[in-house]
Write a protein that binds this ligand. Structure first.
Ligand SMILES: *Cc1c(COP(=O)(O)O)cnc(C)c1O
Length: 454
């Protein structure tokens, strides 16, 4: 292949790849497939990276036959582990469009057309969360990047909030149930975590207040992080209670809604989120429960100018990005990143095409299947519900089983392609866990899975 040849339109290769994409999009349902289990991939790729390259059809066939089958389909309605994904067809298609058009979303100067569309999708999310119209932010790669970027702002604006200096050794209060990425983010930014014990696994205003009243370093606490939907059990913290304490003590209030925040779109769950609208910053991952392809997390700030003051990168070659135009919005100013994929466009296209009501209904479907699943577990003589689901995560046990039983059962379910369900730990006990969100998961699928526990 010549250098120039790599940039020439190749009809045959295009047809080949597009045909595969069409086939994958049309699969209903997608096969669950296997992941790393039982696959020896070591030698599959041997000799591929040759100076002279390979035929595109051969490489594609190798990928489809040997590699794609070694990836569990996270968009299968039988994928009920971790947090599944369920990207809409429109979002998937537009993701291809973004790639084919080399669309990017770093700055207004380069990509205003992308930025206004991404901001429209962010506005839908901010409005649904109840933030004021000035709220804004950007899409980042995931909840981890979002938490990190928000907490940097929380740390660096502490002095501004206090009308003086921020503490030299800041602390950020987090629940003992906070997602691992929150602790990691604090480690990265050199801020110590003040761990607040929970009440029935929820961070409450009362517990936070009690710790702050007696802690020797209360004045060093600059922020508090609440979780709106824990990943392990779908539990929403006492957001309004925590917001009260944040207000009393001038703390930055960040909400990690990476998984559960999507349920703000569901009227049946809305009351549980009271206080969410008081956040200084929050994240929601559309690549989880808002039906966007990877990677896509919404990061929003009540006062985006504070984030801008913290995150804007100063470099003489970047001065031109900041023109003073009031319409100008540079996503690069609102998180720890510069160059970025236009990762908000797939959800923008999908929301615009299908309408917000369809999103509401799809989230409600996930909540409904969780309620139905919980009822089936309760009605099955050999299974027990650990607790009533608050959102779409359902913990349950098979009395008499220990960890190795759950592990063997989980492996068997995948081998038989019945489901991908992995155990978790709850109060020291190994239990089974369903994470629902795919609107196509059915009660028959749940029945089939529960039957394997008899
Ligand atoms: C998934 C998750 C994260 C991390 O998000 P990524 O997109 O995986 O980086 C953070 N917090 C919670 C509550 C999550 O569920």
């Amino acid at each position: 292949m010549t250098a120039k040849g790599m940039f020439e339109y190749d009809e045959a290769m295009t047809d080949l790849v597009v045909a595969y994409c069409k086939e994958r999009l049309a699969l209903d349902p997608v096969p669950l497939d296997f992941g790393g289990q039982g696959h020896a991939l070591g030698s599959v790729l041997t000799g591929l990276m040759r100076p002279e390259g390979n035929d595109a059809a051969d490489v594609l066939r190798l990928f489809v036959d040997k590699l794609a089958t070694a990836v569990v389909s996270c968009d299968s309605p039988r994928f009920l582990s971790f947090i599944p994904a369920a990207p809409t067809k429109a979002a998937l298609l537009f993701d291809m469009f973004v790639s084919c058009s080399s669309l990017h979303g770093t700055s207004w100067l380069e990509a205003a057309g992308v930025v206004v569309a991404e901001n429209q999708a962010l506005e839908v999310i901010a409005r649904t969360a109840g933030l004021p119209p000035e709220a804004g932010g950007c899409f980042v790669s995931g909840g981890s990047a979002g938490n990190l970027s928000a907490l940097v702002v929380a740390r660096d604006t502490a002095g501004y909030r206090r009308g003086g200096e921020g503490p030299s050794r800041p602390l950020i209060a987090i629940s003992e149930e906070a997602h691992s990425s929150v602790g990691k983010a604090l480690h990265v930014i050199g801020v110590e975590a003040l761990i607040i014990p929970t009440e029935d696994h929820r961070l409450t205003g009362a517990r936070l207040r009690a710790v702050l009243e007696h802690h020797p370093r209360t004045d060093d606490v600059v922020a508090v992080v609440a979780t709106a939907g824990t990943t392990n059990a779908g539990i929403i913290d006492d957001l309004s209670g925590v917001a009260d304490v944040a207000q009393e003590r001038n703390l930055w209030f960040h909400i990690d809604g990476a998984y559960g925040g999507a349920a703000l779109f569901a009227p049946s769950a809305r009351a549980r989120f009271a206080g969410f609208e008081r956040a200084d910053s929050f994240i929601i991952d559309p690549h989880k429960w808002l039906f966007a392809p990877f990677d896509c997390a919404a990061l929003l700030y009540r006062q985006p100018n504070l984030a801008k003051a913290v995150h804007t990168q100063d470099a003489s070659y970047l001065d031109v990005l900041h023109s003073g135009n009031p319409e100008e919005w540079n996503p690069s100013d609102y998180a720890y990143h510069l160059t970025r994929r236009a990762r908000g466009l797939p959800i923008w296209f999908s929301m615009a095409v299908y309408g917000i009501d369809a999103y509401r209904d799809a989230v409600e479907d996930g909540l409904a299947i969780a309620r139905q699943g919980a009822a089936m577990i309760e009605a099955t003589p050999y299974t027990e519900l650990v607790r009533q689901p608050e959102l779409s995560i359902v913990l349950f046990r098979r009395p008499g089983w220990a960890k190795p039983d759950y592990e063997a059962w989980s492996a068997r379910l995948l081998t038989d392609q019945i489901g991908f369900v992995t155990p978790t730990t709850w109060e020291g006990e190994t239990v089974a866990r369903f994470a629902f969100l795919h609107p196509n998961t059915t009660v028959e699928m749940i029945r089939q899975i529960l039957d394997t526990m008899a």
